[in-house]
Design a binder for this molecule. Structure first.
Ligand code: ZN
Length: 138
């Protein structure tokens, strides 16, 4: 069995962002040489997500509104966590959107359903954060 590990880095200019990272993940898969197996991709920070959905800008605005309704950023003092930090909303948003995705690797390709794309969801950006890619198989 082969095993591959890589960290990707992101530094968004805004507090929140959704980035389609599918091309980078496909590059990792090519680099790994693995044709059959499983690919795990997870955010290494507790205020960011990796999730799978449609690359459609309207949907991304809908996600933003949906998350702001459930866990609004402001007022900061509504959250117990916001003593020394102001990112309680980002922890909650990350929990809603998830930590990681697992994708089957078949014939050297990500075995996606129709329209599936992998996204990095940033909820407390403006600093460098990491995403882990681990691929196992042969
Ligand atoms: Zn925090």
């Amino acid at each position: 069995m082969k095993s591959y590990r890589k960290e990707l880095y992101f530094n968004t200019s805004t507090r929140r962002a959704f980035i389609n990272i599918t091309p980078q993940i496909e590059e990792c898969l090519r680099e790994s040489g693995i044709k059959e197996g499983l690919l795990l991709c997870n955010a290494m920070h507790i205020t960011a997500s990796v999730f799978i959905n449609d690359d459609e800008s309207g949907l991304h605005r809908d996600f933003e509104r949906f998350l702001e309704k459930l866990a609004p950023e402001k007022p900061y003092d509504q959250y117990d966590h916001n003593g020394f930090e102001d990112n309680a909303d980002a922890h909650l948003k990350r929990t809603i959107m998830g930590r990681e995705v697992v994708v089957a690797v078949t014939n050297g390709k990500l075995d996606f359903g129709p329209w599936e794309q992998i996204f990095y969801g940033e909820f407390d950006g403006k600093r460098t954060k990491r995403v882990l890619v681990k691929i196992i198989g042969e």
